[in-house]
Design a protein around this ligand. Structure first.
Ligand code: BGC
Length: 376
C-alpha cells in the first residue's frame, strides 16, 4: 500500500498497487519515494486516465516504473520492467524506463569534434560512451511539475551544466509526459542550449506485453526498410543497408524470437537484436508510426510513433537472468524489449548521418508516443 497525495482529481487517497478497472476520472497524484544516496528527495507520480490505465513516473531519471494497461478482457497488467525501490534503480539499472541523454546510444571512443574543438566524454561501454556517459539523464533528479488539464501530464525539467559529462553548453531540457485518453503515453521533449552542443534524447522503457516470460513470441512490425549495421563494439559502420532478405526485416510482422538465433554477423555483435533502424519517414520531423508489437495471449498491442528519424530495437540480450526486478522476481533473458526512437548512433562522428548538433537560438523538439491497445 502506498499513500498518494492527490494533486489534481481525487483528494487524499490510499491506492494499492492493484488498480481497479473502473477508475472514475483522470488524475495525477504524488508520493515521496525516498532519497538518493546523495540525499536528494525523489517523488513518484501516478498518472491515471478515465479508462483505469495508470502510469507511474519518478523524477529520478524521468523513469516510467509501472504501466498498468488492459488486456483484451479488460484485465489490467503491468507492461514494463523495473524495480520496486529507488535504491534498486540507483544500485544498477540497465536503463529501465528512463529518459536517456544528453546523447542516447553510442559515441565511438567517447570522442567528437564540434566546430573544430575535440570533446572527450567518459567511457562506460567498453571503448565507447553509451547513453550520455557515467551519469546520464537517467541518473539525475529532474524538477517535476504536474500539469493540469483533461489529460494528466507531468513536466520534468533538467539543466545540464556546461561541461557536465564532457558536453559543451548549458542545456535546458523539458520532458512532458502525458497519459492520453486513448491509452498512450506521450513524451514531448524540448531543449535549448547557450553553446553549440550535441543531443540525442530518447526513452528506454522495456516492454513485456504479457507481463511475464520472454518476448520471443511477441510479434514485431518495424516501419524500416534500412538499418545501420555496426562493428563488434556496436558502432555504426556508416552504411545504410536494406533489411530485405535478412533477420532484420520486420516490414512483415514477425515473432521477435523467430530469427534471433540465426547465423548472422550483425546478430552476433548485438548478441541478438540491438540495432538502429532507419524509419521510412515521408519528411524529416514528421510524426510517423515506427513500430507495432502484438502479443497473442493477452491481445495487447503497442504502437510506437515518433518525429525522430530512427529507432533502436533492443531485445533485452544483456538481461542475464540474474537481476531481480519487481517483487524480487528474477528477470529472464530477453524478457523485455526496447524501442527507442532517436537519431542514428554515433551521429557526431558520421558526416552522412542526420545532424545531432543543437545551436543557441534553435529549439530541439522530439515527440515519442507509446500507444497501448488490444487486438481481437
Ligand atoms: C543499447 C544496448 C544496451 C542497453 C542498456 C540499449 O539502448 O542499445 O546495447 O545494452 O541500452 O540497457
Amino acid at each position: 500500500m502506498h499513500r498518494w497525495l492527490s494533486i489534481f482529481g481525487l483528494s487524499m487517497s490510499i491506492v494499492s498497487s492493484q488498480i481497479a478497472a473502473s477508475a472514475a476520472d483522470s488524475s495525477i497524484s504524488q508520493q515521496a519515494w525516498g532519497k538518493t544516496q546523495s540525499g536528494i528527495s525523489v517523488d513518484l507520480y501516478s498518472l491515471k486516465n478515465a479508462n483505469g490505465v495508470e502510469a507511474r513516473i519518478s523524477n529520478y531519471g524521468g523513469t516510467l516504473t509501472h504501466w498498468f494497461a488492459p488486456d483484451r478482457n479488460g484485465k489490467l497488467g503491468d507492461v514494463v520492467l523495473g524495480f520496486d525501490t529507488l535504491a534498486e534503480y540507483e544500485a544498477g539499472s540497465p536503463y529501465f524506463g528512463c529518459l536517456v541523454g544528453r546523447f542516447g546510444n553510442r559515441i565511438a571512443k567517447g570522442k567528437f569534434v564540434l566546430d573544430g574543438t575535440t570533446y572527450q566524454l567518459p567511457l562506460n561501454d567498453g571503448p565507447n560512451t553509451l547513453h550520455g556517459g557515467t551519469q546520464g539523464f537517467d541518473k539525475v533528479v529532474w524538477t517535476a511539475k504536474p500539469v493540469p488539464g483533461a489529460e494528466p501530464a507531468l513536466e520534468l525539467t533538467y539543466v545540464s551544466k556546461d561541461g557536465e559529462m564532457g558536453y559543451p553548453g548549458n542545456l535546458t531540457v523539458k520532458a512532458v509526459y502525458t497519459l492520453t485518453k486513448d491509452n498512450a503515453l506521450r513524451l514531448d521533449y524540448t531543449a535549448t542550449t547557450d553553446k553549440p552542443t550535441i543531443l540525442n534524447l530518447t526513452q528506454h522503457a522495456y516492454f513485456n506485453l504479457a507481463g511475464k516470460g520472454t518476448i520471443n513470441d511477441h510479434v514485431l512490425y518495424l516501419n524500416a526498410d534500412r538499418m545501420t549495421p555496426v562493428d563488434a563494439t556496436l558502432i555504426p559502420t556508416g552504411e545504410l543497408t536494406p533489411v530485405k532478405g535478412t533477420p532484420f526485416d520486420f516490414t512483415t510482422p514477425t515473432k521477435i524470437g523467430a530469427r534471433v538465433e540465426a547465423k548472422d554477423a550483425q546478430l552476433g555483435y548485438g548478441k541478438g537484436y540491438d540495432h538502429n533502424f532507419v524509419v521510412n519517414q515521408a519528411k524529416p520531423g514528421e510524426l510517423t508510426l515506427q513500430a507495432r508489437v502484438t502479443e497473442a495471449t493477452t491481445g495487447r498491442m503497442l504502437e510506437v510513433l515518433s518525429t525522430e528519424p530512427a529507432v533502436q530495437f533492443y531485445g533485452g540480450n544483456f538481461l542475464t537472468g540474474k537481476l531481480k526486478g519487481k517483487g524480487g522476481e528474477l528477470i529472464p533473458h530477453r524478457s523485455g524489449f526496447c524501442l527507442e526512437p532517436q537519431h542514428y548512433p554515433d551521429s557526431p562522428n558520421q558526416a552522412s548521418f542526420p545532424s545531432t548538433v543543437l545551436r543557441p537560438g534553435q529549439v530541439y523538439k522530439n515527440t515519442i508516443i507509446f500507444r497501448l491497445g488490444v487486438t481481437k
